[in-house]
Unconditional design. Sequence first.
Length: 575
Amino acid sequence: MTAFAVPHGFAATPAGRIDYRRHALLVARLRLLLVAAVFVFLGLAAFARIAWIGTVEPGPARHSMADQLLPPRGEIVDRNGVPLARAFPAYALWFNPRAMELGGDGGPPLVKSAGEVARELKAIFPDLDEYEVREKLSSGRAGYLRRRVLPRDANKVMAIGELALELPREEDRHYPQGAMAAHVMGYVAADGHGRVGMEAVLDEQLTDPARRATPVALSIDTRVQGALEDELRRGMLAVNAVGAAGVVLDVDTGEVMALASLPEFDPNHIDAEGQSRMFNRVTNQVYELGSTFKPLTVAAAIDSGKVTNLARRYPANRPIAIGGFHIRDSHTIGASLNVPEMLIHSSNIVTAQIVDEVGAGTLKRYMEDLGMNERPYIELPARGFPIWPSGDWPRLRAMTVGYGHGIAVTPLHLASAYAAMVNGGVWRPATLRKLAPGQAPRGRRVFKASTSARMNQLLRMIAVYGTGRNADAPGFRVGGKTGSAEKPGAGGYRRSTLVSTFAAAFPMDRPRYVVIAMLDEPQGTVASSFQRTAAWNAAPIVGRLVPRIGPQLGVLPDADRDIDLSDLEPLVGHD
């Protein structure tokens, strides 16, 4: 057995060995304490750094990690969470004519000829303009040849073998629904900022690192939006119209469930044609919307107490002459008409007489309360200013406004006005933001609740017995009014060009949604029985649309329910 060796400085005795062990234990403990102290120091330093970053360091540095983890632009979704716009990494095709330069010596930008490379690119991207690409390659100037290149196409470009064709990675904006709701969405330009639509409105929020992690929910429902666009497109093509517009509006909150302007553009591919289609017919184009104004006039007459007896008859078989101008109907309807018959048959002559009783000043005040004298209330930047007669309205002006001429507004103006007329009398601004329960604005009262209840009956009668019969979807209790207005032009109105509109609400026993369908310059075709008026082209659009969107919006067909018309039907010869 080997004896334990005592280090120098300790006696080689049992007592010396005990002293040495005590010394070694003390050293070990000191080393342990030193290591622990180092870890404590490092922990405190890390904690101090975190605290400093959170309270002292400026915003950009504080959010640097978020900037790296989050997409550069926030997501937009519909009211049900369906994605409408999102950012994703993509490739771009960039021409770099200096890529072949070696060691500072100039070299040819391309191995092959510009024409040959352009042909190979055309084979990969069939929609590419081969002539334009060849000119860009021949010019020797650097620049984009294409944006939004898919990975499989990027591999094909690499296979061409040209160093000058570079494929830089970029963050791109993608619209999963394609052209759907294009005028609501807008698009994102090359500078990374939104243009037109809600992309422009929400630009600051979508690019803010502190807020872009949460998707922005719009009020629209993609199911309703798709159905509206589909039916508008079908109606537009059937009568060769130059354009169409439509909106579905919640009458109690002002939320826009769908908004469409046709022809549309694709925000995924902005080109010259797309740029020309960005004008929004719903919010930016003003029209004389014709007889759709007649229910609003009647509502003002009832609400102001000027019309108290709906059975009263007005002369209807002779034009009204004022200052050399004659107010006529398209055809003689009868010797006299009461108010329900006037709406059912859409008489300008009787409407003008009702306006005379209401008074120009009173009618103007109601129109102002309905927002007709201001740009439409909605978040979109493109909002048309109405053609609004200023000052006191003379008698003739008030009469023509009463049946929808002499004043030009957007279809959205009309939708908001109809919502106020049917929801109990309260006007609210339209919105494209999804509202939580209880967030609907209070709005302003325009009509008494009793006036609104009476107008709901009258609108339903028009769909049952009048010009709106083609919109009467069984079980959905649709009510509404047609409007066919000649478009103004050089030297007066052009009889050959109409704006055809149907303004509707459903279900009329408890109105929940307003629907506007408008066609710009429809033609008489086989599909419309060679008629150009709204009863034959715009009303059928609503008649097809409501059964498609009603169940999605919680309105189910019910053949056993309807609004009570028993006190009005005897006035129009129906029991």
